[in-house]
Design a protein around this ligand. Structure first.
Ligand SMILES: [Zn+2]
Ligand SMILES: [Zn+2]
Length: 237
């Protein structure tokens, strides 16, 4: 750890001591998101097909849109365009806040139930979108893993964090153009092919925007003969 980052960590520690925890919604003291503000997070109302971005029941990828390189469906709970949703997810992502992980996982589970997919996903294996080791060490945790753990705890579904690893330390996708995103993800992951064939997988992440990362993982899983690949994300951009 560099001197600067040690200083920052110490600074953050003192900051947290001096300034109490406030709700990201109303500013009230005590929780990062209070019980009154939790229901105010804007829902992602209409699930869409990740390929053509048109509405689709259950978020299932349209029959005419699905291919070996795409996920079979995606369900998201909240709208990332909502400033409060964005603020809460950033808090969760850049600070290690277990409390928010459980709230966000519960919101996601509500949406999965609302779509009638709770039982359908029971035979799936949860895979949190992996972080590269370097990024993991820098951040100290993988936000997708935290979410998967909270989801598994509520739903009793199996989680596997070893099937796919991120072998390339990719740049953050948000800063790249569509073409750059594709190049950035080329050979970014490595999979345990033998354990994938014939099984169904549910990828978990905090936010989806274009779906490039999720589709890259789906491609990898399908290449290893996965039967079905879906994704669930807390928010949709
Ligand atoms: Zn509040
Ligand atoms: Zn479509």
């Amino acid at each position: 750890m560099s001197v600067i980052s040690q200083f920052k960590t110490l600074g953050q520690f003192i900051f947290d001591l001096v300034f109490p925890i406030n709700c990201a919604g109303c500013g009230r003291e005590g929780r990062y998101l209070c019980a009154a503000c939790l229901p105010k997070l804007k829902k992602f109302d209409n699930q869409i097909c990740i390929v053509c971005r048109q509405p689709s029941p259950y978020g299932k990828t349209h029959t005419g849109c699905v291919s070996k390189n795409t996920i079979d469906g995606i369900v998201s709970a909240l709208s990332y365009k909502d400033p409060l949703v964005k603020r809460v997810i950033e808090l969760f992502k850049y600070k290690f806040i277990q409390e928010l992980s459980e709230d966000l996982a519960a919101a996601l589970l509500n949406e999965i139930s609302a779509q009638g997919l709770g039982d359908y996903f029971r035979e799936f294996i949860l895979i949190p979108v992996p972080l590269h080791k370097k990024r993991f060490n820098w951040r100290g945790f993988n936000q997708a893993e935290l979410l998967a753990a909270s989801l598994a705890k509520i739903n009793g579904i199996e989680t596997n964090t070893d099937l796919i690893i991120r072998s390339k330390n990719t740049k953050p996708q948000t800063k790249l153009s569509a073409t750059e995103r594709k190049q950035n993800l080329t050979d970014a992951f490595r999979e345990q092919a033998a354990q994938i064939a014939g099984k169904k997988f549910l990828l978990v992440d905090d936010v989806v925007t274009t779906g490039a990362t999720l589709n890259e993982l789906a491609k990898l899983l399908k290449k290893s003969k996965a039967q079905e690949v879906w994704a669930v994300t807390v928010a949709h951009g």
